[in-house]
Design a protein around this ligand. Structure first.
Ligand code: AMP
Ligand code: MG
Length: 344
């Protein structure tokens, strides 16, 4: 199959919508990362997403809608806290967990009795959903295990020959996947951090809790509330280590290990802030420390770059856990299998 990369003109979005309506797959931009979409009501179409990605069958998909009202046939109730969060943060990078209706095929929810739903803010995504005339089930448009795609070129790298169309809407605004929240109880629980931060949720819901697996690895066979958490994810071929602590000491330690790796015949790279002086060593920029949103926007492209350059070791600077920094550290942490070294 020939994969076409199309500009998101009205005509091309209409064409892509007709493919989805006919049970085919389309990759499309959202404000978080690129999604790989199919008609969420069509079990066979959804099953082909899992095949194209090589995704484990027990990892559920998020359903995307263009208006809040479209969730009504998909859920069996709207919990009170979920309603408040929808009103504040939709459209936007937030997925809510709902009890599902029988309109959701088992392939979407991977056997759970819930469904994750989100209303994206990206205008191309919204228009595609409208043109398709159906809710769109879409995971990130990467091959399973690779970093999520934040440009159409990343999607092409992973999906060329596997899907008919990629809509190219340019780089994604946030660059990390949506915040996943279980708001079925009195206190919303963040299952996966993202662009809607704990601080923002607490401000409207009064309180918020973090799932214990956000900054910790999942043990073999352990049950988790967000199935995606248990898979090795985002991991480049390079051994990846994170350093946190006093900047001067972190920089010195990263330089020391970089030089040792080189001396041993390896090919290291640094994921660090561009305001830090690494004396000409190869740095993939995370922006500046004061703006973790820049790190969010650059992290996945940098992880892909490590593979493209065939690096053997990635030495990463930790980002502050505030705001979207928590989401950056969750993804970086998983890429590094939570190998985090503290240097005071
Ligand atoms: P992706 O779109 O590739 O980021 O994957 C979607 C992720 O959302 C999954 O890996 C899960 O962790 C989470 N998710 C989706 N649906 C549910 C659900 N019903 N319950 C809990 N987590 C969910
Ligand atoms: Mg994914």
């Amino acid at each position: 199959m020939d994969t076409k990369v199309l500009k998101p003109t009205e005509e091309n979005i209409r064409y892509a919508g007709s493919l989805i309506a006919a049970g085919q797959l389309v990759a499309f931009p959202t404000e978080t990362v690129y999604g790989l979409g199919a008609d969420a009501r069509n079990g066979a179409a959804v099953a082909s997403i899992f095949r194209a990605k090589g995704r484990p069958g027990d990892n559920p998909l998020i359903v995307h809608v263009s208006e809040s009202g479209e969730i009504l046939p998909l859920v069996s109730g709207i919990p009170a806290q979920a309603r408040i969060l929808m009103e504040h943060f939709w459209p936007g990078p937030m997925t809510l967990i709902f009890p599902r209706s029988d309109r959701i095929p088992d392939e979407v929810s991977a056997g759970l009795d819930t469904v994750g739903i989100r209303m994206p803010s990206n205008p191309v995504a919204r228009e595609l959903i409208r043109r398709s005339g159906c809710p769109i089930a879409a995971p990130s448009a990467n091959r399973s295990g690779r970093p999520s795609p934040t440009t159409a070129a990343h999607v092409y790298e992973d999906m060329n020959g596997r899907i008919p169309v990629i809509l190219d809407g340019g780089p994604c605004e946030v660059g990390l996947e949506s915040t996943v929240i279980d708001a079925r109880g009195p206190v919303p629980v963040i299952l996966r951090p993202g662009g809607i931060t704990p601080e923002m949720i607490r401000a409207v819901a009064g309180d918020v809790r973090l799932d214990e697996h956000i900054m910790a690895p999942v043990a073999e066979g352990e049950r988790v509330r967000s199935p995606g958490m248990k898979y090795r994810h985002y991991a480049p071929e390079a051994r990846t280590v994170i350093f946190e602590g006093t900047p001067e000491k972190v920089i010195a330690e990263i330089c020391r290990r970089y030089d040792a790796e080189q001396a041993a015949g390896g090919f290291p790279a640094i994921l660090g802030f561009e305001t830090h002086d690494y004396g000409g060593r190869r740095v993939l920029s995370l922006g500046v420390p004061e703006h973790p949103d820049e790190a969010a926007g650059r992290l996945f492209a940098a992880l892909r770059e490590l593979d493209t350059e065939k690096r053997t070791l990635a030495l990463c600077e930790a980002v502050s856990l505030e705001g979207i920094g928590l989401a950056v550290m969750n993804r970086m942490g998983r890429a590094a299998a939570f190998d985090i070294i503290r240097i005071e």
